[in-house]
Design a protein around this ligand. Structure first.
Ligand SMILES: [Zn+2]
Length: 338
């Protein structure tokens, strides 16, 4: 069988990513498909990939999201490389680092949104001049004064502070960061951004059992917040403890203050979908919004995180009935949502 498609040896540009998505869907056409789930501010496609071996039955499903924050390239590279590896191992019916990929994919659907913020990724790689929104963006004060620090979408909104989880009104911007493009600018209204709405609509449509969002940095996991933790009867903590036992991602304390933690995608998913969501911070901590060089991805991220997708897929199958009550209820729910 031929080699892998995704090359993470250095910077992975958006045009390469979208081209690789097409190559992957073509090579693995009977298990991998793509959907456009929305358009960005600059009218680029936001793409979701579905990895599923049997579409006949409603199955537990899990969503993985990368690149909500523009500068966090590692999260994009991880999603793309997981898709590539899981497809190949499925086809070859081989174990991947102890996981039986075929049996997992025969029981769980995996969905990936590798680049939730494509406009932002383009700005990080090519500078503001690459943006169709250049005239509006050039007066924004980039934190770090370097386009590689860009974190927001092409309206200067930090997407992971824009979700309508019930805390948007009280969600405070750190002083000095209440203007567009500063870190943590939450936007002028909740769910104001097309990228935010695309994720919300997609979750409502599919009804995922679990959601995992990848960020950088810190090698830790944000797994619960005080507003929703008690909804889950300990399911979230069981999964977190097992994740920490098997992987390097440290268990953080339960986020306590909605003014500080609120309006992230993971917080929205817990509050509105009423199911557990995990935010994994990849790679060793770096201060001040800096990122590790892209060529260190394999060393700092891949060797530690490569099976996290399979881990969460297994967990989705395990906790599915506990979350949904029973399979019939889930089937009815899936039908009505579609
Ligand atoms: Zn982030």
């Amino acid at each position: 069988m031929n080699k892998f498609i995704v090359d993470t040896s250095d910077t992975y540009y958006l045009n390469e990513i979208y081209s690789d998505i097409d190559k992957l869907c073509s090579r693995y056409s009977h298990i991998l498909s793509k959907f456009t789930i929305g358009k960005t501010v600059e009218n680029l496609d936001i793409i979701a990939l579905k990895l599923s071996s049997n579409n006949a039955l409603p199955k537990p499903s899990v969503l993985f999201v990368g690149g909500i924050h523009a500068r966090e390239d590692f999260s994009v590279m991880l999603c793309m490389k997981m898709v590539d590896y899981y497809c190949k191992y499925y086809m070859e019916e081989k174990q991947f680092d102890g996981y039986d990929v075929k049996s997992i994919l025969d029981t769980v659907d995996m969905y990936f949104i590798p680049v939730a913020n494509p406009d932002g990724l383009n700005i990080v790689h090519h500078g503001l001049k690459a943006s169709k929104n250049y005239e509006a963006l050039k007066n924004m004060n980039i934190w770090g004064e370097d386009h590689t620090y860009w974190k927001a979408n092409a309206n200067g909104v930090d997407l992971n502070k824009n979700f309508n989880d019930g805390n948007w009104e009280i969600r405070t911007c750190v002083p000095g960061t209440e203007v567009p493009c500063s870190d943590r600018f939450k936007g002028y209204s909740p769910n104001s951004e097309p990228e935010t709405r695309a994720l919300v609509d997609f979750c409502n449509k599919i009804g995922f059992t679990l959601m995992v969002t990848y960020h950088c940095s810190g090698n830790c996991t944000f797994w619960a917040d005080s507003g929703t933790h008690e909804l889950f009867n300990g399911i979230d903590e069981r999964i977190m403890d097992e994740l920490h036992y098997k992987y390097i991602y440290r268990k953080t304390k339960i986020s306590q203050d909605p003014k500080v933690y609120g309006c992230g995608f993971e917080n929205w998913f817990r509050a509105r979908m009423k199911r557990p969501a995990f935010c994994i911070e990849l790679s060793p901590f770096v201060d001040g919004g800096r990122q590790h060089p892209d060529y260190l991805f394999d060393e700092l991220v891949w060797q530690h995180a490569k099976t996290t997708g399979l881990f969460f897929a297994e967990k989705a199958a395990e906790v599915h009935d506990e979350i949904f009550g029973n399979a019939e209820k889930y089937a009815a729910l899936t039908e009505s949502k579609n």
